[in-house]
Design a binder for this molecule. Structure first.
Ligand code: APR
Length: 242
């Protein structure tokens, strides 16, 4: 039975009104990414970083899943094989669309993490005000549950597992800057789909190709919402191959 690996990025949630990272001159919601998403920034100014994620969490309450989230959630339920959906997004729009099994590689906005025992706990859309206690060990030193530059991303092991298990790779709305999607596409021996409205350059000057899409079997150069029908056609065709 075929298994599908999906790796999504900020572009998946763009049509829900959540900004991507690299389409705005290196600014994320008008902040330098390194200030609000790196261990250096966190050490330099915990109050600022906490306030930044409080704002993102508050905004998220009013964001709705878009057509692509809904189609992908439906696919998870209906597909005869298994869909392993790994996302770099920290929003919960796939879950709002009804998905049950999303692997958040870079953490989740609606959780906090204890700095003492590393357990995470849900705070939904609430503001972190500083008096929160870890329900597991009682420590008050808790923080946003977002993987920052300079930190380990333990869920990345799921990428390598999924490559071994799956027969089709679908990358949606990711520039491949943080997780390089070229070696992943290569592992799939061309059974792969890339969805992005913009062609993205390969990063290395030694690369034989100019664009990332050249490593994929199918490139659907559309916004995620507009690409779903084409994606479903290719999945059906792939399933038919045994
Ligand atoms: N549909 C599909 N793709 C889109 C859309 C859309 N409507 N709009 C933009 N895109 C594409 C862009 O062309 C770009 O290739 O989505 C991609 C977004 O790329 P990035 O902003 O780099 O986001 P992402 O790859 O998810 O970033 C990875 O970087 O800062 C860190 O931890 C953060 O998870 C994030 C990681």
């Amino acid at each position: 039975m075929h298994k599908i690996m999906i790796l999504s990025g900020a572009g998946l949630s763009a049509e829900s009104g959540i900004r991507t990272f690299r389409d705005h001159d290196g600014l994320w919601e008008n902040h330098s990414v390194m200030e609000v998403c790196s261990t250096q920034g966190w050490i330099a100014n915990r109050v600022k970083v906490t306030s930044f994620y409080n704002d993102r969490r508050r905004d998220l309450e009013f964001k709705e899943p878009n057509h692509a989230h809904k189609v992908l959630a439906q696919l998870e339920h209906d597909y005869r094989g298994r869909v392993i959906h790994l996302t770099q997004n920290i929003d919960n729009l796939m879950e709002k669309a009804g998905a049950k099994d999303i692997i958040h590689l870079h953490g989740t906005l609606t959780d906090l993490r204890c700095e003492a025992c590393t357990q995470i706990f849900n705070i939904a859309y609430k503001k972190q005000v500083g008096n929160e206690k870890c329900p597991h060990c009682g420590n008050t030193r808790v923080r946003h549950n977002v993987v920052m530059f300079g930190e380990a991303a333990p869920e990345y092991t799921r990428i390598y597992q999924s490559i071994k298990e799956c027969t089709l790779f679908i990358a949606i709305g990711t520039s491949g800057t943080v997780i390089d999607i070229i070696p992943i596409a290569k592992e799939f021996n061309k059974h792969s789909i890339l969805i992005d409205p913009k062609r993205q350059n390969t990063a290395s000057t030694f690369d034989p190709h100019d664009y990332i899409d050249e490593y994929f079997e199918h490139f659907i150069q559309k916004k995620a919402g507009d690409a779903m029908e084409d994606m479903m056609d290719i999945i059906k065709e792939h399933m038919g191959q045994g």
